[in-house]
Design a protein around this ligand. Structure first.
Ligand code: OSB
Ligand code: MG
Length: 371
């Protein structure tokens, strides 16, 4: 694969409703769209999804833009990548910056799959034709959470995930469990607790959660292991798993029983698949996490979630969940709690360039003449 150039676009759109966690309230979303072009004029699309502030991960929109423009894209321009797998070797000298690398990885693998005329999932051994949808409730309080669940129930989501913290967990979970005793429910704490909260966390077992996601600090594998030993509820790790080495350590220590895989957190396709394969070999289920993403990253997520060990419903929602208009067509749709994995070449959806242009607030083109 001979790369000719890249276009980076910064896009911005308001969320339909604020996404509220104990760390940040997200009202509008920016993302970096990466378009890779080969010498035959074919294009592939990726989406880097850091936030505007570093509340979820250390990277931000500004650091990602810089990492892509100044360090990552110049490394791969004008290279014959042969297979897309060479990308990892070329970008390894750039440390960290995994969210930026994930966007680039998506663009390259989409382009490569289009050159081959197959789906991106096929390149990684995906087997599923449909994936289960899951909803995330990041609400102000119990009343709003119940209203959101009620509004989303008819779409048939296979599980609901509620954002919790030390200060609102019981209020939210009491309200949900008394109205919906059998709702398939899990909670995501985004590191809201420490081991000082051990007894309090044990009390959450009573809510029969499918799992609790990232209760403790983002580097606390040892503490998570101590917690998992006394908790009936399975622990799922998100922020703590940045690499397949982190996953290996977490499984060896017994820090969790489930892992959520997000390309944005682990640096793209190959590392995500490596974590998936590692977990499969140890009978640990995984699910596909979300980043309040636009359609390009959504389509990549559908392809990833089609791999065999994604046995649990992920944060996979339709285009209309957060956006009044998405940048892809057809948009991602949920039918009876299920999403059809796109079947066309690459990510299987096309980018609506009119909408993309309308949402674009900055743009640069890089090729061998101007890097
Ligand atoms: O912790 O899983 C998380 C969104 C942004 C940043 C972090 C997280 C999330 C979600 C997924 O919870 C929301 C979604 O994309 O539906
Ligand atoms: Mg999470």
């Amino acid at each position: 694969m001979q790369l000719a150039g890249f276009t980076l676009r910064l896009i911005e759109a308001p969320l339909k409703a604020p996404f509220i966690t104990h760390l940040e309230t997200v009202r509008k979303r920016q993302a970096i769209i990466i378009e890779a072009t080969d010498r035959d004029g074919r294009t592939g699309f990726g989406e880097a999804d850091p936030f505007s502030s570093p509340w979820y991960a250390g990277e931000t929109i500004d650091t990602c833009w810089k990492a892509l423009r100044d360090f990552l894209l110049p490394r791969v321009l004008d290279h014959d990548l042969h297979g897309a797998a060479a990308l990892d070797t070329l970008t390894r000298p750039v440390r960290g910056n995994r969210t930026a690398k994930a966007g680039l990885s998506q663009a390259i693998w989409d382009l490569y799959a289009r050159e081959k005329g197959c789906t991106i999932g096929k390149l990684f051994g995906a087997t599923r034709k449909h994936v289960d949808a899951g909803a995330v409730i990041a609400a102000e309080g119990p009343d709003q959470a119940l209203a959101m669940i009620e509004q989303l129930l008819p779409a048939g989501y296979k599980r609901f995930k509620i954002k919790i913290s030390r200060h609102n967990d019981r209020k939210l979970l009491d309200a949900i469990r008394s109205r919906y005793p059998e709702l398939p429910l899990m909670a995501d704490a985004n590191s809201a607790y420490t081991l000082d909260d051990l007894d309090h966390l044990k009390g959450l077992d009573a809510y029969r959660l499918q799992m609790i996601e990232q209760p403790l600090g983002e580097t606390d594998l040892v503490d998570h292991a101590q917690l998992q030993r006394v908790l009936a509820t399975p622990v799922c790790l998100d922020e703590s798993i940045r690499t397949s080495d982190d996953a290996r350590s977490a499984l060896a220590l017994g820090s969790c029983r489930v892992i959520t895989v997000k390309m944005a957190r682990v640096g793209g396709w190959t590392e995500a698949v490596r974590i998936h394969n590692l977990c499969r070999s140890q009978n640990v289920p995984v699910w596909c996490g979300g980043m309040i993403e636009f359609g390009i990253a959504k389509a990549h997520n559908m392809a990833l979630a089609a791999l065999s060990n994604f046995t649990l419903p992920g944060d996979l929602s339709p285009s209309s969940r957060y956006w009044s208009e998405d940048i892809i067509e057809p948009g991602i749709m949920v039918n009876h709690g299920s999403i059809k994995v796109p079947e066309g070449p690459g990510i299987g959806v096309s980018v609506n360039r009119k909408t993309l242009d309308r949402l674009t607030i900055a743009r640069i083109t890089l090729n061998s003449q101007n890097v």
